[in-house]
Design a protein around this ligand. Sequence first.
Ligand code: DC
Length: 219
Amino acid sequence: MIAVAIDGPAGAGKSSIARAVAKKKGYIYVDTGALYRTIGLYCIRKGISYNDAESVLSEIKVELKYENGEQAMYLLGENVTSLIRTEEVSMAASAVSAVPAVRAFLLETQRDLARKNNVIMDGRDIATVVLPDAKVKIFLTASPECRAKRRVTQLAEKGIIEDYNKVLEEVNTRDYNDSHRAVAPLKPSEESVVIDTTEDSFEDSVEKILAVIEEKTGE
Ligand code: DC
């Protein structure tokens, strides 16, 4: 099986770029952030402090499925795929992802997918923790300003108008949380190829990743 690990901060374009690469290569695309988001959503609904997320793990069931080639998330049998895309859930996901028991709880689900399929898996600790033996390791990044700008544009396309400065502040807060936590902090692994997409178009980034995959796997 071939595993492509793509790590990097929020808003670097990981999901859309990885999805396009997966389609071209015939791999499945795994968005691991959605797993943390689903647990974050459960904590919001239950009114549980994010630090106490460990206490709810025994009562929840998180499933990652593929429907018409697209990833769907289920929480206790309910399809929550679109419900986990709010800013509130983003912040909750960032907070619960700092809880070691939450990370341990989700580890096997992620590894199991890579055992059974050729995958391109996006997250924060895929190259360092989840799939340390991945053939291809990429760290995709962009400046915080660029990522905030892309996020504002993305939201505007959905009819949601957000203030750029507020989004930039959220990007910086999430970067800080994700890279300063004690367990599995966001950082490039020693073997990761770092790709900065600040100046690149979407197509340029896809091409760069395809080139790295070809170089590392010969395919
Ligand atoms: O990629 P995303 O924005 O959907 O991720 C949501 C949060 O989950 C993010 O702030 C960090 C966390 N996360 C993580 O800690 N490890 C992963 N492999 C994926 C996401």
